[in-house]
Design a protein around this ligand. Sequence first.
Ligand code: GLC
Length: 560
Amino acid sequence: MTTAAPSVQTRELSAAPDWWRQAVVYQVYPRSFADTDGDGLGDIRGITSRVPYLAELGVDAIWLSPFYPSDLADGGYDVADYRDVDPRLGTLADMDELIAQLHAHGIRVVVDIVPNHTSDKHAWFQEALAAGRGSAARGRYIFREGTGPDGAEPPTDWVSVFGGAGWERVEDGQWYFHNFDVSQPDLDWTNPEVRADFVKTLRFWSDRGVDGFRIDVAHMLTKDLTEPLPSQAELDAMPQDGNHPLIDRDDVHEVYAEWRAVFNSYDPPRTAVAEAWVHPSRVPLYASIESLGQAFNFDLLEADFDAGQFRRIVADNLELAAQSGSSTTWVLSNHDVVRHATRYGLPDAERGDDGRPTRKHGNEWLLSGGRTPVLDTARGERRARAAALFVLGLPGSAYLYQGEELGLHEVAEIPDEQRQDPTFFRSPGVDLGRDGCRVPLPWSDEGPAFGFGSAGAHLPQPEWFGAYAVDRQDGEPASTLSLYRSALDLRHALQTDEQLQWVEVDRDDVVAFARPNGWTVVTNFGTEPVALPAGEVLLSSTELEGDVLAGETTVWLRRA
Ligand code: GLC
């Protein structure tokens, strides 16, 4: 199936200012990557120790989820200090060393910026609590008086994205707004001090050699809080057209225009990618070069393994990228969703008339702790390999999530008392949360914590993790790890900025496209074999037999 062993030589750091346009970016979730000090939490030195692995995998950049001082109330997305490293994860010197090692291996570094909210342990929020109502310190956040007798009721009935009320009362009776967990108070982006501080943070990391930023919930920072505040029902009924009081406001791009000037003051210019869950027609605003420059496209996270859905998503997003002038992005998994090897082994999502899923993929299976007999693990992996080769063959930037290169499945069987995700605690019994995709990686099939660290893992690893360990897959031509290594190696030689052309095939469940240089990608989403198109086979997601492309398989060809 896979071709020759990948070349292991280190690539030079690309000097091109647009290195990001066709980059393969690998997301590292630092707490769960590799632990060198034996406390059960992954750390910065752990990542440094695995730089050769990342180089051999062939990624162009890594994106680090937050590693800043944090209570870990939301896995680090509750930041207590934006310009430091959590002492449990290391020091600023460790970060400098990691950046140097990555650069020496030709790998760029993107860090996560969380500007919508701080942690309640952030010095600003502590100061706001101590300073009392009406103070400048409270003016950095969204504090309001309550309603009802003695202001004992919240200012509005707004709900948090994580479930439950969106307002929390403090000791002196005022309330503060939090879009997410109660430990994540929202900042007030009309406050000039807030704006200035984030510019300082962007410069701090840029000066240390960081190449780009992933912007957390980029569509939520600015708000129109003119009184009287609307109710939740009124908010829900309002169009999200740039004037909604809380979501995807046009004025958020004033913030990003200021950031753009900061990015462009560096050589090469620093990059950014927006996490913006907005209507597709509004994605180009974030991806424009006057704003953040690139935006995530999450459509594949919600899609079934289905030819029609995949083809439509590709066509739509290439069109959106053309509108913004950016390159598009492809994401099959990240730290917020059920891993795609598992999604593809579960029944298709139930969808409403608009095609959107009406129920979270795999939730019942998760809620049962993985005991319901619906998951077909082998099928999920087979489809995941086919989907990965499909996506890696597209023009644009591909974001990989740690462990997908191992074909890793979601871990459903985490006991309730060991769960950490606030979405689990804020919606008991309804949403099991995101811990199942954040379980520390298996590096070896024996030894403590499957090679993650010497003293266990902060989320329990199941027995079956051993079969997916890096050392079990390393050098095995049929392994998912070998497939990813070969694919990334070939992609470096073949990838261009040029667009694709659809190749029409006589089957609804087969999608094929070709690039101007002859690189052709064919995916059979169905289960019936199809005749293999002419051309030299470069790579296949499952073993090819004769001149047919088996079901649930992608092949890369060079057109004859
Ligand atoms: C983003 C992150 C998610 C986090 C949330 C709040 O969606 O990806 O993990 O919980 O923002 O910061």
